[in-house]
Structures are given as structure tokens and as C-alpha cells.
Design a protein. Structure first.
Length: 135
């Protein structure tokens, strides 16, 4: 036999935090993430080093930032992304969806972080050498 509280949950499921009801009874989906960061990682088996490049999509501004091929392993790419965006805190509290694709080829990782010359910006702030901006 099902208890009354379980029956009420089955009949009237709770509304998710990400779904809001409007005055007219319509539901709107609230974006949980402001940024989607896709990291590709390559491991150099000869020298034992890991490298990555990142594409960050800014959903609100409809722009893409590319961080070029660089050294780093473990969660270094996530730290670099947060530092680039000027965000601090735990990953679960931030509006970023991290996607990491491991075991890529070197050329895939290099191409993932490249842009055209006119999109290149030397960034002296935040100790970054450069990034590419696409709108």
C-alpha cells in the first residue's frame, strides 16, 4: 500500500528549481548555465605531459572564446577557465558546464584552440597570453 505523501508526489510532482510558472500557467525554462566549456586533452606519451585547449560558449552573449593549446593536467583546464572568466568558487556553484574530451589526437587539440588572426586578442590581464574571440 502506498502512503499518502507518496501518492501526492505521484499525482502532483514537485516543480524543478529550473522551471518557473508564469501568470498564465505557462512554464518557462531558466538556463542553469551561462557558459559551456569544452576541453580537449592530449597526453604526450613520449615526454609524459598533458596538454589541452578550450572553447567556451557564452550563452547570453552568443559568443565563443578559444583558449589555445597549452600545458596542464588534471583539473588545470577547469581552473584556467574559471580564471579566464573571472569566476571563483566550487564548480557546483558556478554557471559553467564543463565537458572534457580526453585521449584526443594532438592535431585535434591544436585545432580546437585555434581561430583566425583577426579574432586574436593578446590579454595581459589575468596573466593570460592570448585568446580568440568569435561572435
Amino acid at each position: 500500500m502506498i502512503g499518502n505523501s507518496v501518492k501526492s508526489l505521484l499525482i502532483n510532482p514537485p516543480i524543478s528549481k529550473d522551471i518557473r510558472q508564469t501568470n498564465k500557467g505557462e512554464t518557462k525554462m531558466k538556463n542553469k548555465y551561462k557558459y559551456i566549456a569544452i576541453t580537449k586533452e592530449w597526453f604526450d606519451k613520449i615526454n609524459g605531459n598533458s596538454y589541452f585547449s578550450v572553447q567556451i560558449e557564452d550563452i547570453e552573449k552568443d559568443a565563443i572564446y578559444k583558449l589555445p593549446f597549452q600545458y596542464g593536467y588534471g583539473s588545470q583546464s577547469e581552473f584556467t577557465i574559471k580564471e579566464f572568466l573571472g569566476l571563483k568558487g566550487f564548480n557546483s556553484d558556478l554557471p559553467i558546464k564543463f565537458i572534457k574530451i580526453e585521449n584526443c589526437l594532438k592535431r585535434e587539440v591544436t585545432e580546437h584552440g585555434k581561430g583566425r588572426a583577426e579574432q586574436f586578442h593578446a590579454n595581459a590581464e589575468n596573466n593570460f597570453n592570448s585568446y580568440y574571440y568569435q561572435d
